[in-house]
Every structure is written in C-alpha cells, then in structure tokens.
Design a protein. Structure first.
Length: 193
C-alpha cells in the first residue's frame, strides 16, 4: 500500500473498538431427540441418496412402447460381440423374472441379480420385464425402467431385446463384465512365461 492509502485506512478505522473475548455468548441447551416425522424424513433422504449413487432412479423415465425392440451397448464393444448378444448366441446362465413387481421391487431385484451374477461369474443373463400391456400410468412401465436402468449399471456392457423363444420384446439379454476373479484368472492364463 502507498502511504496515502495507509493513512486513509487508519483514519477510517480510528473509531473501531475490538470485541472483548469474555462477551456473553448464546448457549444451547443441547439437542432434543428427533421426532418421528424427522426420523422418517431423514430415512427418506438417505434412501434418495442411495438411489442417486447407483443411478437407478425411481423418478419418471422416458416411456418405451411395449412392442419396441430395445438395445444399448457401452462404448468400445466389438460389433461381433453385440451381434451375438442380439442373436441370442450366448448361453443364458441366469434369469430374472420381474413380472408382478412394483418399480421399487424391480429395482432392488435387478441390483441384487446383477450382484449375484458377478459373484457367480455369470456373463450372459436374461431379464424378463414383460411388455406391460396393462400397466399404468403408461404401458410398458417396467420395460421402460429396465431400459433406463441397465446403462447406469457399470457392470452391464450391453443389452438387447430377446428372441421370441426367450420372451421377445418382453425380455432382454444382458451381457455383464467379467468379475474381478475372472479377470485375475484370465490375466494369469494369458501371462507370458
């Protein structure tokens, strides 16, 4: 600072009085126990955070027509691998039937199913979501949610509507990543000696 600035600052601050450290402060009497309503709100907020962490929303999703063929692939997948999935050429080692589930139940079942598949080194599975011809508020509710959820699961590499003999547009083939155990075995098998 220049000399003029310092003088101006000192002049402006000349009537300022420092606070005393022994000033009375407001003291709280401690926290009261939370009410039932507060506990319920807290539980709902924590559940919402869990929903946001795994990317599987319970909010409204883009509706999918019951007869539409759906599919998706994570970037970098080989065309031949996705083609084999579309054509149902992989053995289906696990199957999840979501018929009759609510959206929340279906979400939990799908998450658990994917975890179980990874634990058991399952790479290809079938998820039956149904067409939802009678579902409300719009047709194809579970199909729409499954189509929105699967790309948000990091373990899922691709999915595609199944062939007619496996459920057609009421089901999807799901291709999953290798489990950590499978990756380690593969690395060891292909390691140069």
């Amino acid at each position: 600072m220049e000399r003029d600035d310092t003088d101006l600052f000192a002049q402006a601050m000349s009537d300022v009085v420092p606070l005393k450290s022994d000033d009375a402060r407001v003291q709280g009497s401690g926290r009261a126990n939370p009410t039932e309503a507060q506990l319920a709100r807290r539980a709902a907020a924590e559940a919402e955070v869990v929903n946001q962490k795994d990317g599987l929303t319970l909010e409204a999703v883009e509706p999918v027509d019951p007869d539409d063929i759906i599919g998706w692939t994570r970037g970098g997948m080989q065309h031949g691998v996705y083609k084999n999935l579309r054509l149902g050429k992989y053995s289906l080692d696990a199957r999840l039937d979501l018929h009759g589930h609510t959206v929340a139940e279906a979400r939990q079942a799908l998450l658990q199913f994917i975890r179980d598949c990874l634990e058991n080194d399952i790479r290809s599975a079938l998820v039956l979501h149904g067409k939802g011809l009678n579902s409300k508020p719009f047709r194809g509710v579970l199909k729409s949610y499954v189509a929105a959820w699967l790309p948000n699961c990091p373990e899922v590499l691709a999915y595609h509507s199944a062939l007619k003999q496996h459920g057609g547009t009421g089901a999807v083939y799901v291709l999953l990543r290798k489990s950590p155990r499978e990756k380690a075995e593969n690395r060891e098998r292909h390691q140069k000696r």
